[in-house]
Write a protein that binds this ligand. Structure first.
Ligand SMILES: Cc1cc2nc3c(=O)[nH]c(=O)nc-3n(C[C@H](O)[C@H](O)[C@H](O)COP(=O)(O)OP(=O)(O)OC[C@H]3O[C@@H](n4cnc5c(N)ncnc54)[C@H](O)[C@@H]3O)c2cc1C
Length: 389
């Protein structure tokens, strides 16, 4: 178990190295991309070359073979430095589905390329316009025909689809009416988007309030080799669930990073900005929201630490992963709100980066899972209350 004193941060060397890398990507870099809705190619390239995006891939496949705690330290630091990992964080964890459920041939075919950065697997096609959070109601189908699957349907909010070679797709292979439980009959397939584009696959970007490179994806009789099925047909929902704790813990780490960035900005400004002849931070009305957000963030970080320790020890951690995600997303938002308020009018000026980070961090109360659905999970599965949906 983790026996560091409270407050001490693990993976100090990794954090320091990531901070040095991030120093090459200052606020102007992100501001320009935000205005253009551009993709941070150079930043992603630098992370790839440094080996960070292959952190979780075992060494036998060319990755760094690190544990989730190290991946969390990488992502937290990126966000604490004012950068944003959303353009590439999924490259770290989507491959977990191949690692846990893929065949030896699939692992050998894909993992080394992903580790080296020559193959990008960072599109995750689960959400659909008609199903939303009710994943098992999804309507995209994969119909087996000989040694291929024929895919028809639509996904929405497929982030990074234009910047990924492969997509991990969840589709229905057996009609809902033909399975005993709605979680059955769904399968995971790897779609090679390079080959598919224009041959049954269409990608349409969605403009959002922050720069997130999210897309709509349409499948029209797209043919995918049956060899691209991951694991057993019909068990895909289970495979997706298996990866969710890792995703929630890593997103929580990014939120803690955001909270640290906002609070560092708030405290620096509250010390130096003088109004009525004294630093604004001397007013408790200014200091208390910053202090409260800091307290929230520290509590979330402890929950994250517990979740990561359990995950890395191979213990069940759904309660901790969900709770950490909930608390960290709220702490980041509280810190963001305090930061805008502390900066007064300058909180709205683009050149301070605060309004950009404010827009970016709001996402995490909705995606990849909304706060309400986490509360539902805790109510039902932790507290034993009746199922609400
Ligand atoms: C920028 C962005 C990037 C994303 N990236 C991806 C991606 O890469 N891949 C992917 O598959 N998806 C992605 N998503 C989708 C994301 O996971 C969903 O938006 C999220 O899970 C919520 O689903 P929804 O938008 O359909 O909302 P809905 O399911 O329609 O819910 C709307 C609101 O109602 C609430 N609600 C619904 N049901 C209940 C209930 N039973 N009890 C209480 N409240 C309820 C929800 O909490 C939410 O606030 C992304 C979304 C965004 C915005």
């Amino acid at each position: 178990m983790d026996d560091r004193p409270a407050g001490e941060m693990a993976h100090g060397e990794i954090r320091a190295a990531v901070s040095r890398l991030c120093a090459g990507f200052p606020g102007e870099y992100w501001r320009r991309l935000d205005a253009e809705r551009g993709y941070p190619t150079a930043f992603v390239q630098a992370l790839t070359e440094a080996g960070y995006l292959g952190a979780l891939i075992p060494e036998e496949y060319g990755g760094a073979g690190l544990q989730l705690g190290a991946a969390a330290a990488i992502l937290e630091t990126i966000h604490a430095e004012g950068c944003n990992a959303a353009a590439c964080h999924a490259q770290m964890y989507i491959m977990g589905t191949i690692l846990r459920h893929g065949s030896p041939a699939q692992k050998a075919a894909y993992l080394p390329g992903i580790a080296a950065g020559t193959l990008r697997l960072q599109a995750f096609g689960v959400t659909e316009p008609g199903s939303g959070t009710d994943t098992t109601a999804l309507r995209t189908t994969a119909r087996r025909q000989g040694d291929e699957y024929i895919i028809n349907g639509q996904k929405i909010w497929t982030s990074r689809a234009e910047h990924s070679d492969l997509m991990l797709l969840l589709a229905r292979t057996t009609p809902r009416e033909a399975v005993a439980r709605k979680t059955e009959g769904l399968s995971t397939l790897l779609v090679d988007m390079r080959a598919a584009l224009g041959h049954g696959l269409t990608i349409r970007p969605i403009r959002t309030m922050m720069n997130h490179n999210s897309c709509e994806v349409f499948f029209d009789d797209l043919r995918v080799p049956a060899a691209n099925l991951i694991g057993e047909e019909g068990r895909g929902f289970r495979y997706i669930l298996d990866g969710m704790n890792a995703e929630r813990l890593l997103i929580a780490a990014e939120c803690i990073g955001d909270a640290r960035w906002f609070t560092a900005r708030s405290t620096a400004y509250a010390r130096e900005r003088k109004v009525f002849g004294r630093p604004i931070g001397q007013n408790q009305g200014v200091a208390f929201p910053i202090a409260r957000a800091h307290a929230q963030s520290r509590a979330a970080a402890l929950m994250l630490r517990e979740g990561l320790a359990k995950f890395d020890a191979g213990e069940p951690c759904a309660e901790e992963a969900n709770t950490a995600k909930l608390l960290a997303a709220e702490a980041a938002w509280a810190a963001a709100e305090a930061c805008v308020q502390t900066h007064g009018g300058f909180g709205f000026a683009e050149e301070y980066d605060i309004e950009r980070k404010f827009r970016e961090t709001r996402l995490y109360q909705v995606a990849p899972i909304s706060t309400n659905l986490i509360l539902s999970y805790i109510a039902e599965h932790v507290l034993g209350l009746p199922r609400s949906y």
